[in-house]
Design a binder for this molecule. Structure first.
Ligand code: IMP
Length: 419
């Protein structure tokens, strides 16, 4: 397999960072193509935990290199912080990181706007306040700053002054960062980046390089948070699906497969519909056992049973053709587990939502399955077989703990269980 995309199949936080990190040693390039520092990808190297928000989940002591593609919105200060942490343990790692000149930057005023807009919304989205929505909004309304702008100080100054003029009017003077502040900020981050030896690159030139070797595309968030097809408006502002690889110049036809990472139950942070959400003791227990707190904001995650209609929707929307299941060990020891197999949408039974609107009206219909003592138990195999049958997608890998090496193929697990 030379070109694979790994995406979240639910509302994010499925454990993609760990899964990407597990596979990354077999790929020369790990490419992030969407989102920004709203993502939180946790990896463990030699027992030490690293939480990256922007950096692709490369194996720091391996041969892989990381590319930050044009579909992302990048907070350069955050990127520098992540690199400094890794540099302390893996000197020289910054020279393995490449950033596309076309990426849009998240600027200090975007974070202010994120806060302001959330505080003004009647129904807040529950954003990560990392400036993601406002940065993408500026991209679309043509008030964005691209990475290449920081290499032309004269033009940068002009652009910032025009943009600030507009922002100041739109927000009635409530934005504290001025164009001059942002200009100084960008000069400083550029100096810091130069010291770290990061590479500035172009996907146009990299196209042939990527096509001559192995590439792993690392998705951010999950399909149900996709701007176009997630539970709008409670979504993020980027493409969370495999289709986002187009921002790096790839077609999904060029992918050998799209792996969907699927948590054995469901979680979501922030507001928005969540048909299988649990409000009882069981939900609290799963949240505690699964340590369900956001890697980016530390907020408690909402928790619920596995939702197969939502997974089928994600499978179709993002062309998922293989699953990796994570965190099944969290459900070890439950006598029984529930699994949502259909929705009742205003009296109509649906195995798959017709549109993202159905998520708002869906009442879950459950089937109860026997629980498992450990993931080495035949009942866990039955749980996986059930998911496969209802989604039509094979589960090929199982992650059974937070460490990178705590992962195996399903065939290995079957052999272990059946002896
Ligand atoms: P934003 O991306 O910060 O604008 O937040 C929009 C919605 O997406 C909120 O509900 C966030 O909690 C959610 N979100 C953003 N990034 C992640 C993630 O990496 N994992 C899970 N939820 C996320």
């Amino acid at each position: 397999m030379k070109r694979v995309a790994i995406v979240g199949s639910q509302w994010g936080d499925e454990g993609k960072g760990k899964v990407v990190n597990y596979f990354s040693k077999n790929y020369e390039w790990i490419v992030r193509y969407s989102g920004g520092a709203n993502a939180g990808h946790t990896i463990y190297i030699d027992g030490k935990k690293y939480v990256n928000h922007l950096l692709p989940s490369i194996t720091p002591n391996g041969y892989s290199k990381g590319f930050l593609g044009a579909g992302m919105v990048i907070d350069l200060e955050q990127l520098i912080n992540e690199l400094k942490i890794l540099e302390a343990d893996f000197p020289g790692i910054s020279s393995k990181i490449y950033i596309d000149y076309e990426t849009f930057l998240v600027l200090p005023w975007h974070k202010e706007e994120d806060e302001l807009r959330e505080s003004m919304r009647k129904k807040p989205i529950g954003t990560t306040k990392k400036g993601i929505g406002p940065a993408y909004t500026d991209k679309v309304s043509r008030e964005g700053i691209k990475l290449y702008n920081i290499f032309d100080e004269k033009l940068l100054k002009e652009r910032l002054s025009e943009i600030y003029y507009l922002k100041n009017k739109i927000y009635s003077g409530k934005i504290k960062s001025t164009d001059k502040d942002v200009f100084e900020y960008l000069l400083k981050v550029k100096r810091d980046l130069d010291k770290l030896n990061v590479n500035f690159a172009s996907a146009v030139k990299m196209g042939d390089v990527f096509r001559s070797t192995s590439v792993l595309f690392e998705g951010a968030q999950g399909v149900l948070l996709d701007l176009d097809f997630g539970t709008y408006p409670f979504v993020t502002s980027g493409s969370t699906m495999a289709h986002g690889v187009s921002s790096v110049g790839f077609s999904t036809f060029e992918l050998d497969k799209v792996m969907g990472v699927l948590k054995a139950y469901t979680t979501r942070v922030g507001s928005g519909p969540f048909p299988t959400e649990l409000f009882d003791e069981t939900g609290g227990k799963i949240a505690k056992l699964g340590n369900e707190f956001g890697a980016t904001t530390g907020r408690p995650r909402r928790v619920g049973w596995l939702d197969l209609p939502a997974l089928r929707y994600a499978k179709i929307r993002s062309g998922l053709n293989e699953f990796v299941i994570t965190k099944a060990d969290v459900l070890d020891g439950f006598d029984e587990v529930k699994i949502c197999i259909k929705y009742d949408v205003e009296g109509k039974i649906k195995e798959i939502p017709d549109s993202s609107y159905d998520f708002y009206k869906a009442k879950p219909i459950y089937e109860t399955l026997k629980g498992w003592k450990s993931t080495n138990d035949v009942n866990f195999l039955k749980y996986m077989a059930f998911i496969e049958e209802f989604t039509g997608v094979k589960i090929n890998y199982i992650s059974y703990g937070p460490k990178t090496e705590e992962m195996c193929t399903k065939n290995n697990m079957i052999m272990r269980i059946k002896g």
